[in-house]
Design a protein around this ligand. Structure first.
Ligand code: FES
Ligand code: FES
Length: 180
């Protein structure tokens, strides 16, 4: 079958896609975006999380045919293509809070965090833990991930208020004590 997808704003027309291919397979093997990770392929780990028409989903569970004609956002689409040196607040927060170890879960975590913060700009810790509960990490113990999401929420609120922070948009800030 022919499959048409708009991935991170770019249109892709893909031929000879098999009925059995998942959206995850298509993104990684046909579109060439390998940031979205493949772990369980059963919808249990969240490492393949993407936004499909603005909704968070596990790409391993979506038959590619079901995504025909739809818009997909992957971890590669978290950022501003017009300003590649300006780091996306969720990416920045994960790096600064030390929420990345092996990194295998990170793409899915970033997409889940972005989904949460687009719906709830000021979540509390319980809300973050609940929203991220579908994403499994084998390395970090989760506290730094929760810290990172709360920190990203702060950066997003600052940006919405037009405040780039005292040292500008790229300045690293120490993790606040209350987030440790
Ligand atoms: S690879 Fe999709 S949920 Fe694990
Ligand atoms: S950082 Fe290794 S699985 Fe999460």
């Amino acid at each position: 079958m022919r499959l048409t997808l708009t991935v991170n704003g770019e249109r892709h027309v893909l031929d000879d896609v098999r009925e059995t291919e998942s959206l995850l397979y298509v993104l990684r093997e046909r579109v060439g975006l390998t940031g979205t990770k493949n772990a369980c392929e059963e919808g249990r780990c969240g490492s393949c999380s993407v936004h499909l028409e603005g909704l968070l989903c596990c790409a391993c569970l979506v038959p590619a045919a079901q995504a025909d004609g739809q818009r997909v956002r992957t971890v590669e689409g978290l950022g501003d293509p017009e300003a590649p040196d300006r780091q996306h607040p969720v990416r920045r927060a994960f790096l600064e809070a030390g929420a990345v170890q092996c990194g295998f879960c990170t793409a899915g975590m970033l997409m889940a965090a972005e989904d949460l913060l687009s719906r709830e700009p000021d979540p509390d810790e319980a809300g973050v833990r609940s929203a991220m509960s579908g994403n499994v990490c084998r390395c970090t113990g989760y506290q730094h991930i929760v810290d990172a999401v709360l920190r990203a929420a702060e950066y997003r609120r600052d940006a919405a208020a037009g405040d780039p922070g005292p040292e500008g948009p790229h300045a690293a800030r120490p993790v606040p004590q209350e987030l440790r």
